[in-house]
Design a protein around this ligand. Structure first.
Ligand SMILES: [Zn+2]
Ligand SMILES: [Zn+2]
Length: 352
């Protein structure tokens, strides 16, 4: 086993990441050591890369970010169970305490003491990642590695999209980022009626159209939801809303255009100043449900099952790069024109 590995390190409290050699992480009790094959870049990683207000409050350099990955089990602590060396795995990036009320009741996604891989501890932008064996998830061989590298955000999309029954329903998705587009593909797979997806960025809406061809795309800077409702001959507003944008007016519009009794799953992060029409919520009996992470591990099970029965999110992946070209990948993400960006770690470190 190598002693050193390449990793993308946030060295100081400043923008950027540095590709450099650091020690291979040491396994603790019950850990598995995963040799990373591919990683995907998340919005969270962009915050860390760009060093914004959230990351300067949250991240403690030096550290290695990254939490969207696929790799293979390279070593196991003697207390790790359920895996063999060489198994292909992805993993849940939320490490829970196992002792709080929610953990004890099996609601691990609601743990108060969650530690985020690649946020609160070293992450996956490296040749090797250490993870508790309970967080590793075996990947079925018929699922492409690029797709498996996106299980974390796909799990967010699955968790949000399946929160409410969408079969036969009209669904509004606000935000055509990768998770919003994945959600459109999922609700179609689950038999919804109309899908309207909104954004303010034409490149993203074009990608949505390509990846989920029968969804109705709408640029909120040019048109209102009235147009969608008229074009689709909808009578009573949306039954289910999936808020993925974190944009205040998108959320406010969603509330205004819901049918009575409509249900909103809220994944987008909003500022405390976001204003919605609370009269609509109360008088129309709306449900607003916050969504965080993935249900452990029901979301993972459903995600894998759907991928094995025709769900295809590969069109959301727009860039595949060698990890050494990471700067290109982060630039693509910063441009606002990319879908998921995959970094391949298989060639890096070969000379060592
Ligand atoms: Zn992520
Ligand atoms: Zn807990």
């Amino acid at each position: 086993m190598k002693k050193e590995m390449y990793a993308l390190v946030k060295e100081t409290a400043a923008p950027g990441l540095t590709l450099k050699k650091i020690p291979v992480p040491k396994m603790g009790v019950g850990d598995v050591l995963i040799k990373i094959r591919k990683t995907a870049i998340c919005g969270t990683d962009m915050h860390i890369f760009n060093w914004d207000g959230w990351s300067s409050r949250t991240i403690r350099p030096p550290m290695t970010p990254g939490h969207e990955f696929v790799g293979e089990i390279a070593a196991m602590d003697k207390y790790a169970r359920g895996f063999d060396i060489g198994d292909i795995v992805s993993g849940e990036g939320h490490i829970v305490c196992k002792t709080c009320r929610n953990c004890m009741a099996g609601r691990r996604h609601l743990c108060k003491n969650t530690v985020g891989v690649g946020v609160n501890c070293d992450g996956a932008f490296a040749e090797y990642l250490c993870l508790p064996y309970e967080n590793a998830v075996k990947v079925s061989k018929d699922i492409p590695e690029d797709v498996a590298a996106c299980f974390d955000p796909l799990g967010n999309a699955v968790h949000t999209a399946l929160k409410f029954d969408v079969a036969g329903e009209d669904v509004l998705i606000t935000g055509a980022g990768p998770i919003g587009i994945m959600a459109a593909i999922i609700v179609r797979h689950c038999g919804c009626k109309h899908i309207v997806i909104t954004d303010v960025n034409d490149a993203r809406l074009e990608l949505a159209k390509k990846a989920a061809p029968d969804c109705y795309t709408l640029n909120a800077t040019r048109d209102t939801l009235n147009k969608a409702i008229k074009d689709l001959d909808m009578k009573e507003g949306f039954d289910v809303g999936l808020e993925m944008s974190g944009n205040q007016s998108a959320f406010a519009d969603m509330v205004d255009y819901m049918n009575s009794g409509g249900k909103i799953a809220l994944l987008g992060l909003h500022s405390e100043r976001t204003v919605i029409n609370w009269d609509h919520v109360v008088f129309n009996g709306l449900t607003i449900q916050g969504i965080y992470g993935r249900e452990m591990f029901e979301t993972w099970y459903k995600m894998m099952s759907m991928l094995q029965t025709g769900l295809d999110i590969a069109p959301v992946i727009t860039h595949r790069l060698d990890a050494r070209d990471y700067e290109q990948g982060f630039a693509a993400m910063n441009s606002g024109k990319s879908g998921k960006v995959i970094l391949d770690w298989s060639k890096i470190g070969e000379e060592a």
